[in-house]
Ligand binder design. Sequence first.
Ligand SMILES: [Zn+2]
Length: 210
Amino acid sequence: MKKTIQFLLFAISIILIASCANTRKAVQSGPLQPSILSRKEWNAAPAILPMQAHTPRYITIHHTATLQKPDRTLPDKLKSLQQFSQREDKLSSGKVKPPWPDVPYHYYVDCKGNIGEGREIKYVGDTNTEYDPTGHILIVLEGNFENEQPTPEQLAALHRLVAWLSYHWHIPAAQIKGHQDYAKTLCPGSHLGTLLPELRKSIAVRQRTS
Ligand SMILES: [Zn+2]
């Protein structure tokens, strides 16, 4: 009888040690990296000008301000965005934008929830508005969210991307914001902007429990 109890205690302690080790492993690995179409995969052109290095401390969300185009592929959209970015062009505001070294954003989320790599994350992004994007990871979602809604697939992809980035770069949930928190702009559009407090809350819960 005594031997049986001893054996049971031994077995329980082994199970406890094993489950603790598993929990620790899960916490250490954090959220998994979502699938991201790399620059190489969409055949990005090299940057045309030097860029400034930075350390990411904020996550800042944008919309493209153009309507979603479900029939075009993600590589196609990234290539057009890069071509627009690297040339001088007139904006709808009438302002002339200078050629940028590369795509201004670090990540692009299309209306189907596919994620593409934009400018390399180690470099500061670009903007047409009055704020300094140094330290900001710039994520853009395809769509004009003043006039249309982000799709459920897009929101799920944004959540996965932000969860992974904030964990990887140790960015607190309070530093996940929209473009209009820093500059005079409608970006990322009211239909996406109103969802950001919810996103922050969900990331904060995740950060507290990990
Ligand atoms: Zn913006």
